[in-house]
Write a protein that binds this ligand. Structure first.
Ligand SMILES: [Zn+2]
Length: 133
């Protein structure tokens, strides 16, 4: 038997999702901060954020999507848990834990330059760290 559920209480669902997305953003902020001290805890934050994402069917902002591996759910820190290469108009991120490769176009399409912008900061940090060694 089918129940007619055509009238969804959209307003309430949207509110939940908004709150969930806020929490996901916070979790990634915390993961970023804690990573240097405790990378396992950072991964736990990523998994908690991922559970929220799947439960509420959230669409994650691009800068968050570039911060973790979808396959093994580890936090991506360029130079430590992932490797970032920029080849002509493509950013290639390789997860150093599970080997997953993510390719992102940038520069050619409108709005896609943000891919590098979101990564730029952390890539620079990784380079700085290498220079200090
Ligand atoms: Zn991975």
């Amino acid at each position: 038997m089918k129940m007619p559920h055509q009238k969804r209480r959209r307003g309430q669902i949207d509110e939940f999702r908004e709150l969930a997305l806020e929490r996901v953003t916070l979790l990634f902020d915390q993961a970023e901060k804690i990573f240097a001290k405790n990378s396992e805890l950072a991964d736990r934050y990523v998994r908690a954020a991922w559970r929220l994402k799947t439960r509420y069917n959230l669409r994650l902002p691009r800068d968050i999507r570039l911060k973790f591996c979808r396959k093994c759910l580890c936090y991506w820190k360029p130079g430590i848990t992932c490797r970032v290469r920029v080849k002509s108009r493509t950013i290639i991120i390789t997860c150093l834990r599970c080997g997953r490769v993510k390719r992102l176009p940038y520069g050619s399409k409108r709005g896609s330059e943000g891919n590098l912008g979101a990564l730029g900061k952390s890539v620079n940090t990784a380079c700085d760290q290498k220079l200090e060694d």
